[in-house]
Write a protein that binds this ligand. Structure first.
Ligand code: ADP
Ligand code: MG
Length: 337
């Protein structure tokens, strides 16, 4: 009698969810990335109780065809890549086809989506389809995730304080808004508006909406490029610092990433201008040929491998060093006159 058998798809999805859906902020990240990939110009995020009660993301993107909605909840089902070549040059934020089935296996999901005509409304709880109805014909997708981790008590216990979970949510939404200034974002938590961006393509406006107008006044723009990378962003004057690196946002081809080498390159650009233990506020958008980037390192795709990372780091340090040096010259020049 054989002892080895394939797991049920619901159980397999729950196992994948362990990696993809670590906490409420992971759900927010995956849903918002889907909305960005769907070419939305407006994304509205409404959260209750740090996301443990509910997370709703409404977009005005391309929507999902009626016959495809159930496929979207199958594991490794995606509209974004097809073959091996696509995997080596991913242009979308998603491509693994894991998020929706993972989320639906550990929560209660309601999705209303339409490509313009009559829409579809599905309700899936713990990986099981419980309801299917037509819905209104507003182009876009409206997805609500409730009772996250209702069937995985161990994961629920592992949640940090509501304020920590909320800060992880704002953190990812802020970064995605910085990376996509042409999309108008709103973020509301327990009826309080935490972010609203104009969608006019102005990164400075996004920074102002996040950090306040006082900070914007103390941030200076930089940009540069070499054969492989194009960079642009804002860095705070050395007088405006914070006690953690958390105010450094690195966006690579629209994806918010964690990358030690790039953060370090930004700090390098300050030379000896920062006090020990102090870090700048900085945002950087990097555009690279997708062939140079491997985002298939971890299911959350926040760690990526970058070819020519040293060249990129030098480009960043040199540009930031130059703009900061020029800033220092201005008071000197005034002095001399
Ligand atoms: P991935 O993003 O890796 O393709 P997901 O599980 O996140 O996998 O989504 C599965 C599919 O569902 C996507 O490939 C896309 O076709 C569709 N989809 C998900 N969210 C949206 C959305 N907001 N608008 C349009 N299509 C969506
Ligand atoms: Mg996705």
């Amino acid at each position: 009698m054989p002892k080895i058998h394939a797991l049920s798809s619901v159980l397999a999805d729950q196992i994948a969810a362990g990696e993809v859906v670590e906490r409420p902020a992971s759900v927010v990240k995956e849903l918002v990335e889907n909305s960005i990939d769907a070419k939305s110009s407006e994304i509205d995020i409404t959260i209750q109780e740090s996301g443990l009660q509910s997370i709703q993301v409404i977009d005005n993107g391309i929507g999902i065809e009626h016959d495809d909605v159930k496929n979207a909840f199958k594991r490794h089902a995606t509209s974004k890549i097809t073959d091996r070549e696509d995997l080596f040059q991913v242009r979308s934020l998603g491509f693994r086809g894991e998020a929706l089935p993972s989320i639906a296996s550990v929560a209660d999901v309601d999705i209303k989506t339409s490509t313009g005509g009559e829409g579809t409304n599905l309700h899936i709880k713990g990986g099981k389809l419980t309801d299917e109805e037509p819905s209104e014909a507003r182009r876009g997708t409206d997805i609500t995730v409730k009772d996250l981790f209702f069937n995985t008590p161990a994961r629920l216990k592992y949640m940090k304080s509501p304020s920590t979970e909320l800060s992880k949510i704002t953190d990812i939404v802020y970064r995605l808004a910085i990376g996509h200034p042409k999309i108008s974002f709103s973020l509301i938590h327990n009826r309080r508006e935490l972010l609203r961006t104009s969608g006019r393509g102005d990164v400075q406006q996004v920074i102002g909406a996040i950090y306040g107008i006082q900070c914007v006044r103390k941030m200076i723009p930089f940009k540069g490029q070499n054969d492989d990378f194009k960079i642009s962003g804002y860095v705070s004057l050395p007088e405006l610092t914070r006690a953690s690196r958390n105010y450094i946002s690195v966006i690579l081809n629209g994806r918010a990433i964690n990358n030690q080498a790039i953060s370090q390159a930004i700090l390098h650009g300050y030379g000896s201008k920062l006090m020990v233990g102090r870090y700048p506020i900085a945002v950087i958008n990097i555009h690279a040929d997708p062939l140079l980037i491997d985002a298939n390192v971890h299911p959350t795709k926040q760690d990526v491998r970058i070819s020519k990372e040293t060249e990129l780091s030098n480009l960043i340090s040199d540009n930031i060093y130059q703009v900061l040096s020029k800033q220092n010259l201005i008071p000197d020049a005034l002095h001399r006159n």
